[in-house]
Design a protein around this ligand. Sequence first.
Ligand code: 3HC
Length: 296
Amino acid sequence: MEIKKVGVVGCGLMGSGIAQVAATAGYETVVREINDELLQKGLARIDQSLSKFVQKGKLTPEQKQEIQGRLRGTTELDAFADCDIVIEAIIENLQEKVKTYTQLDEICSPEAIFASNTSSLSITEMMASTKPARQPRFVGLHFFNPVPLMKLVEVVRTILTDQAVFETVTDFARRLGKVPVQTSDRTGFIVNRLLVPYLLDAIRALEEGVGSIVDIDNGMKLGCGHPMGPFTLLDFVGLDTTYYIANIMFDEFKEKRFAPPPLLKRMVLAGLYGRKTGKGFYDYSDPENPKPMELV
Ligand code: 3HC
């Protein structure tokens, strides 16, 4: 089973990163967005990221051009007809994903592997929306933000995933220059199962007056060698995204450690999503010098 052509559904933050690393690894890659405006935005993000690598001497301008030559943007799902693997990285909405998979199931060859980049939805539930013949060829492939820099990929199997498909996809992740870890379809997989309670606990510590935003961040950065403290990371991931994932995990496990703290809910209701809205645990009005917010 050889993967030659890669399809990526969605050219947002994650989809554009996935398309970029696939094309960089030498795969012919097609990436699809729902309209031309979003597609151009995603392709511009890839261009910026590749330019950064050229600036840093990690790619030559010629290599950048070759990578972009292997990458094609489209607004049509039909463009995935001859892809060997299709990686879906669209909005975290089960209905939307199921709708996309139902269409892809008709368009793609019976051998094509389907992979979802979901961070918290059930791979099994998406798999169940495809035909029985596709189901052994359905996996999760969970990348981390920023995709071009983060080395990890979680490769997720369901109880129906074929072992040879699982190994092919694990090897594919390696060929993308990533380090794959294999896991099973339990909400949150490995990383979010550990990361989400940690992030929620940092918010609870803040609520309880254990320390300030900056001191808790510094505690974990300088005391544990994390690249970002929990509040900087929360703002980076997005408070809306974290709240959404925490709710799904709490729903699945009914364990307090996954329950979103009240402060997180209030911040999401107030539109303080983090970097993407300019304010979260920090105010990014001056992006070079974020200021902690007065929240409690
Ligand atoms: N492409 C190319 N270059 C990029 C880039 C991209 N997409 N994003 C950042 N860079 C560049 C920066 O421009 C910077 O360049 P410079 O040195 O010329 O200024 C360089 O990479 C390093 O960036 P920073 O200066 O911001 O320095 P850091 O050393 O802090 O590296 C980081 C950034 C890799 C993001 C690091 O802070 C980090 O590892 N943070 C933790 C990220 C993390 O935990 N991500 C996972 C989130 S959880 C998730 O995704 C799962 C989901 O389900 C929730």
